[in-house]
Design a protein around this ligand. Structure first.
Ligand code: G3P
Length: 226
């Protein structure tokens, strides 16, 4: 499963990229607005930090405007994936730009049938919003599973990108059901590295090593010289 970071914060992206396991980044107008910087400057900087798909979203609501924005955004960098909302106009725009080889991420998807429309339009990625479905009492990951199944049934090339991830459990579910990508907020990404047994086990290994003495370590254990 590919791991994307769901943020427009440069420091967070730089830090996550150091791990060497970051495959891409997703942004949206709300995440960009939070940074208080020029949209294209932020997108360019993200592209310089991560060599993978970088989602940048259109803000037009009519197909014609979305197509014009998509062409412009795609020209910024070869890794740009144009994010388009799952409206009727959005699907129309994706049908046009996918014919031109522009990569798209159809966002704000809340049902498997919407996901079928995106795949038929030639979307590169579909973003079902798991957390926001959970928020209104639905099972967001169940929708993701249904999309994975439908895409497998018909061999659609569109990748399923689990979005609106709120917890490590969402990421685990996405991996188990075969989502192609999970886009993960920084807080959840950071938490995936941690396990109390890892910390406890490492502390015990280091304590044993520290106490082992010269015969084992080949060096004077730290503090032993005193
Ligand atoms: O990038 C889209 C999506 O991941 C938004 O998540 O937490 O605002 O529902 P959230």
């Amino acid at each position: 499963m590919k791991i994307f970071l769901d943020t427009a914060n440069i420091d967070e992206i730089r830090e996550a990229a150091k791990t060497g396991i970051l495959d891409g980044v997703t942004t949206n107008p709300s995440l960009i607005a939070k940074e208080g910087r020029a949209f294209e400057d932020v997108i360019n900087e993200i592209c310089s930090l991560v060599d993978g798909p970088i989602s940048a979203e259109v803000v037009s609501t009519e197909a014609e405007g979305m197509v014009a924005e998509a062409r412009h955004l795609a020209g910024i960098h070869e890794n740009i994936v144009v994010k388009v909302p799952l409206t009727r106009d959005g699907i129309e725009a994706v049908s046009v730009v996918s014919q031109e080889g522009i990569q798209t991420n159809v966002t704000l998807c809340f049902s498997p049938l919407q996901a079928v429309l995106a795949a038929k339009a030639g979307a590169t990625m579909i973003s079902p919003f798991a957390g926001r479905l959970d928020d209104i009492g639905h099972d967001g990951m169940e929708i993701c599973a249904e999309i994975v199944e439908i895409y497998e049934n018909y061999g659609y090339a569109t990748e399923v990108l689990a979005a609106s991830i709120r917890s490590p459990k969402h990421v685990l579910d996405a991996a188990l059901m075969g989502c192609d990508i999970a886009t993960i907020p920084t807080r959840v990404f950071n938490s995936m590295f941690k396990h109390p047994l890892t910390d406890r086990g490492l502390a015990a290994f280091l304590a044993d090593w520290e106490n082992a003495g010269d015969a084992v370590t080949g060096a004077v254990p730290a503090g032993a010289a005193d």
